[in-house]
Design a protein around this ligand. Structure first.
Ligand SMILES: [Mn+2]
Length: 353
């Protein structure tokens, strides 16, 4: 994939200094997760290191993680990566380095396969309360801190986000605005494909570009209002859906085959966990391939078993929250049985439909 000539563009060397020498053959790529953390990490980097034109963006829905394999680079190309796991991209990354491209990598996901390379500049920190927006903030000396706070809220690192906001002496209202910004950008990334999203992440990245201050973005762009309304709407749709199986132990919901369902299924599952803390939940959401994505949540009061259920049907995850991709719709009864067996046999089971 080539994106045209970038001869007029500034080249950046690997220690962050800029030079204006031109490379006829050089292309710049920004590769980033389409969620709040990916968008805001990249945005901060580009506020300090702007490019006039010729930048290619490689991004997608939140679950599109293997982004580096979409690039075909040549020597001297510059590739910046934000908020996607090294391990999930290691083969493609090594290929690009072999082709002579320079890789600058900011991330907080698993990087067990990471090896030093002369063309690789890595800023990877797997500490649990660190996200990529925070890593870039640290790298840039806190220059765009207000954006970093929104990104940290967006990645749901509440404690860190509140600490940064207090340190920046934000009022409670300002804090709430940045939290809303982060959470709305994050909500936008959920879906099966770009068609499910309110805004393609690349559009958001471009519309954020002029704004060094997120409060100016909020004042001049209606993106967050639009997303907040969309989220409320999606959740209202989901709350109309009745459980397909329900007893004291678990409830299983099958959402309709719609974009709103694919956007809101994870948030809906989390809502159920808090609304009914004593029971486990499964939310089945049809995908665009005719199969289904399943979100499994253990009862909040017990917090185990979710990954056991997922594994029985080819999925995986953590004890409290797990999932299955591409489950056959005809496996819903098997899923209900696994929920029953793993989460306990107590209670009278009623199949509502
Ligand atoms: Mn992240």
């Amino acid at each position: 994939m080539r994106f045209g000539s970038c001869s007029a563009e500034k080249a950046h060397n690997m220690d962050g200094d800029t030079s204006t020498q031109t490379h006829d053959y050089m292309l710049a790529f920004d590769v980033f997760n389409g969620d709040a953390d990916g968008l805001i990490a990249r945005h901060q980097y580009r506020l300090t290191n702007p490019v006039a034109n010729g930048l290619a963006m490689i991004t997608g829905v939140k679950r599109d993680i293997e982004l580096l394999k979409r690039i075909n680079a040549s020597a001297e190309d510059e590739i910046n990566v934000f908020d996607v796991s090294w391990d999930r991209n290691a083969d493609a990354a090594l290929n690009l380095l072999k082709q002579g491209a320079k890789l600058r990598y900011f991330d907080h996901h698993r990087a067990g396969l990471l090896q030093p390379h002369p063309l690789l500049e890595s800023h990877i920190d797997e500490t649990p309360d660190v996200c990529t927006s925070f890593i870039v903030d640290r790298h840039l000396g806190g220059k765009w801190r207000l954006w970093a706070i929104a990104g940290t809220f967006g990645d749901n690192l509440q404690t860190r986000a509140h600490a940064l906001a207090d340190q920046a002496l934000l009022s409670p209202v300002q804090k709430m605005q940045l939290q809303e910004l982060g959470e709305c950008l994050n909500y936008n990334a959920y879906g099966d494909t770009i068609e499910d999203l309110h805004f393609p992440p690349e559009t958001l990245a471009r519309r954020m570009t002029p704004f060094a201050n997120p409060f100016d973005f909020l004042e001049n762009e209606d993106i967050v209002e639009h997303l907040a309304a969309g989220r409320t709407d999606d959740m209202a749709h989901a709350s109309q859906v009745t459980a397909e199986h329900q007893n004291n132990v678990f409830a299983l919901y099958t959402l309709p085959n719609t974009s709103w369902a694919r956007r809101v299924s994870g948030a809906f599952a989390n809502h159920l966990v808090h609304a009914y803390p004593q029971r486990a939940h499964a939310v089945v959401t049809p995908d665009r391939l005719g199969t289904a994505t399943v979100s499994i949540r253990a009862a909040r009061d017990r917090l185990n078993g979710a990954s056991d259920v997922a594994q029985r049907l080819g999925g995986g995850g953590r004890a409290a929250a797990a999932g299955i991709n591409h489950m056959s719709i005809t496996d819903v009864p098997k899923l209900a049985m696994a929920m029953e067996e793993v989460f306990g046999s107590g209670g009278d089971h009623t199949a509502i439909r």
